[in-house]
Design a protein around this ligand. Sequence first.
Ligand code: THU
Length: 137
Amino acid sequence: MEIQRLIRAAIDVLPTSYVPYSHFHVAAALLCGDGTVYTGINIENAAYTPTVCAERSAFFRAVNEGKREFAAIVVCGGKDGKVTDYCAPCGVCRQVMREFCDPKTFRVILARSETDYREFTLEELLPESFGPADLKG
Ligand code: THU
């Protein structure tokens, strides 16, 4: 799938984010190994800590449906839903990506528009990481 279409999928769901506290909208579009796409939005909570980021929303939707292979994720967001800058995934979301993705090949795309984006591997965003293989004896 083209990056542009993945970015469009994320931008399209940005208004759905539930952000009554921060007013900082974030959306993600996760491309699975089989070509399917799962979007996610951030969902905040009055008790604050139960808040879930857009990236984890997308991953958990996909994993719930049995997906285990992932190629790329687009992230976009901004205050009041205006995407003025690149929105990088938080550390917790990077670690969730690490659970399911090969750090050397999984692509994290931070988009401001369909033509304005920055691309990283997960390894670039989460070097020297701890993953499932570390638990094997
Ligand atoms: N947020 C995300 O959805 N993804 C990130 O990686 C960064 C932060 C959300 C969480 C919260 O709803 C809002 O942005 C402000 O932190």
